[in-house]
Design a protein around this ligand. Structure first.
Ligand SMILES: Cc1cc2nc3c(=O)[nH]c(=O)nc-3n(C[C@H](O)[C@H](O)[C@H](O)COP(=O)(O)O)c2cc1C
Length: 210
């Protein structure tokens, strides 16, 4: 390792000095919105089934503030059922263009009906029809069966607004920990984790070995 590399390595990245995890996340998300080719708000969502077997899939972050991280889905889907069984989840963002990762673990709450209605109404009409047509995660006999369900619901809601299905709503992950990771040379990455005992508690901060 040259002196130059060493000084690069020890130079402060700035973020490790921050004490506001939500503010820091917001800044990193804004950076990602500028640099990621698509879906900077994509995040892996981890849940566990009744046996404790983990499950992970991508979802899109649709709301974020000091209360937590919101995404929308079908509550009758596998992820919906797993979350409703535990009210716990974890998230992982990876922004390849920035070589950054954020990990979140926390407790889950349902968003209010009003919040879900507002978001649902903002979606394109065809996506709203799709929410009625898709029995997410359940076996689908054929593509034709899905297209038939779309056609039937398009006809059903031909006039007026498409209402939000009661089974389609949002979850908010209220973090108990948020970890920020930034790539550094020689795999000596920076890791800073914020933790708290409950979602209204005070944050404590620690650096972690990479
Ligand atoms: C980039 C990306 C974003 C996605 N966003 C969502 C989302 O916001 N909500 C959702 O229900 N599914 C989303 N999906 C589909 C899920 O990954 C998954 O296939 C689906 O929700 C069924 O998951 P489950 O059977 O574990 O419930 C997304 C997939 C990708 C690749």
């Amino acid at each position: 390792m040259s002196l130059n590399d060493l000084s690069k390595l020890t130079a402060s990245m700035g973020f490790a000095e921050r004490n506001d995890p939500f503010g820091l996340f917001g800044d990193w998300l804004k950076d990602a919105e500028k640099s990621e080719p698509n879906d900077p708000n994509a995040m892996a969502l981890a849940t566990a089934d009744e046996e404790g077997l983990p499950n992970v899939r991508m979802v899109l972050l649709k709301g974020f503030d000091d209360r937590g991280f919101v995404f929308y889905t079908n509550y009758e889907s596998q992820k919906g059922q797993e979350i409703l069984g535990t009210m716990k989840a974890a998230l992982c963002f990876h922004w390849k263009s920035l070589r950054r990762q954020v990990r979140v673990r926390g407790l889950v709450e349902e968003v209010t009906k009003q919040e879900a209605d507002i978001y649902f109404a903002s979606r394109p009409r065809d996506s709203r029809i799709g929410a009625w047509a898709s029995q997410q995660s359940r076996p689908l006999e054929s593509r034709f069966a899905l297209e038939t369900a779309v056609a039937l619901n398009t006809a059903k809601y031909a006039i007026g607004e498409v209402p939000r299905p009661s089974y389609w709503s949002g979850f908010r992950i209220k973090p108990l920990s948020i970890e920020f990771w930034h790539d550094r040379p020689f795999r000596l990455h920076d890791r800073v984790v914020f933790r708290r005992k409950d979602p209204s508690g005070e944050w404590s901060k620690a650096r972690l070995y990479p």
